[in-house]
Design a protein around this ligand. Structure first.
Ligand code: RM4
Ligand code: MN
Ligand code: MN
Length: 395
């Protein structure tokens, strides 16, 4: 039998975490942005910052891109991005079309009653798939702000049909190795109905689109008290879980640091995945991505913190004795089953993680290494003037 260190080491070997390019940029709330002197304002700076996180943690080799923010000139930007990838040691990950920011999308993208806007959304999606092909990216992540603010102002069934059709068309554009990930969200920016509001809707639309479409679970996109690990278990059993956007929340889609509010929940999600893998003997093909908005924390430190917490929670989940748990479940031994989970959660995995890092030639404490590196001081100096002129007000 594996010692617990072996289990931690084996789990860490399989965990890769994708960083969002937008997590290094200035972000805010609907009341305004707080500008940080060191924030990245160009795609190159985002690659540079993501490269630092990967250099120090060794587990973040990819960076998700938002097309409108990172490829404003579409496919023409792909050569420059390839160059950044080589230079900074992180390659493009999921490609996120942006179907919500342009004025045209005021009443929706694929759900817009105006056919020309729906066509425009399709063109942008096709361009995004092409960008992904050129960048060798496997996943196209689709999130739609589509919805309505007031009852009966939108034809819900009609919009569903438009979505079904559009996703099917987009799916036809995928190359055989690519995937389409469909994200859901119950509200915001729409406050009455969202066209893809929950995992069931995302599942139906993905199924209808084709075999390469899977569901993306953003942990912040649920109503309070919803049982996310159950959704994860169902999607796994349907072979429809494509990936995660990790973040934490207290109230709505707060985009706080993963595990900052409820680490036990993330742990339970990881446990469901490990348990599925143990039972089926198959590796779950899941993209672990981060979707956070570090409005107040230093961007790079917040990312390092996220990766560290993800490693801790993932390895704790790997310590659950699956065989004993299955037996306890069968016998309806509730206390034994729950204790197996609680004991794993209570285990201090940090020394084993540090050992693993050292075995890989990585810094034992990536946060400390970052603080010692001088990188933050350098970029603060380089970027401060530009950021000082950044717009913080929405007015
Ligand atoms: C949404 C959703 C998407 C993200 C946008 C910026 O709430 O989480 O994944 O791309 O925000
Ligand atoms: Mn998301
Ligand atoms: Mn979100």
């Amino acid at each position: 039998m594996d010692s617990s260190n072996d289990k931690v080491f084996a789990a860490l070997e399989t965990l890769r975490i994708e960083l969002p390019s937008w997590g290094f940029a200035n972000t805010g709330t609907r009341f305004g942005k707080f500008i940080q002197a060191a924030a990245a304002t160009t795609t190159e700076e985002k690659f540079s910052d993501a490269g630092q996180v990967h250099l120090l943690t060794g587990v973040c080799p990819t960076v998700a891109l938002h097309v409108l923010w990172d490829c404003p000139d579409g496919v023409q930007n792909t050569d420059a991005i390839k160059h950044f990838a080589t230079r900074y040691g992180v390659v493009p990950g999921a490609i996120n079309p942006n179907l919500f920011q342009d004025q045209e999308y005021k009443y929706g993208s694929f759900g817009n009653p105006d056919e020309s806007v729906r066509r425009r959304a399709m063109r942008h999606t096709e361009d995004s798939i092409e960008i992904a092909k050129r960048l060798n990216s496997r996943d196209i992540s689709l999130w739609f702000a589509d919805g309505s603010n007031y009852p009966v102002t939108a034809n819900i069934r009609q919009r569903k049909a438009w979505f079904a059709q559009a996703l099917k068309e987009a799916h036809e554009r995928l190359s055989p190795h690519q995937r389409m990930l469909v994200e859901y969200k119950p509200f915001e920016p729409a406050f009455y109905h969202t066209d893809i509001a929950d995992w069931g809707m995302a599942l139906l639309l993905s199924r209808g689109a084709g075999p390469q479409a899977k569901v993306l679970v953003d942990t912040g996109h649920h109503y309070a008290a919803q049982n996310i690990e159950q959704i994860v278990a169902w999607l796994l059993s349907e072979n429809m879980l494509g990936g995660f956007h990790f973040n934490d929340r207290r109230y709505a889609d707060d985009d706080l640091t993963m595990g900052s509010i409820d680490p036990y929940q993330v742990f339970r999600i990881f446990h469901e995945i490990r348990f599925y893998e143990w039972e089926t003997g198959q590796r779950a093909d899941i993209a672990y991505m981060v979707d956070q908005s570090h409005n107040l924390k230093g961007k790079i430190e917040a990312m390092i913190q996220t990766v560290t917490v993800a490693q801790q929670l993932f390895t704790k989940a790997a310590l659950v004795d699956a065989k004993k748990l299955a037996e306890a479940q069968k016998k309806c031994d509730l206390v034994e089953a729950e204790s197996l989970l609680q004991d794993a959660f209570a285990t201090d995995v940090r020394p084993a993680i540090q050992e693993w890092r050292e075995s890989k030639g990585l810094p034992k404490d990536p946060m400390e290494a970052f603080r010692q590196s001088g990188y933050l001081e350098r970029i603060t100096k380089e970027r401060a003037a530009k950021n000082a002129h950044n717009i913080s007000s929405y007015a």
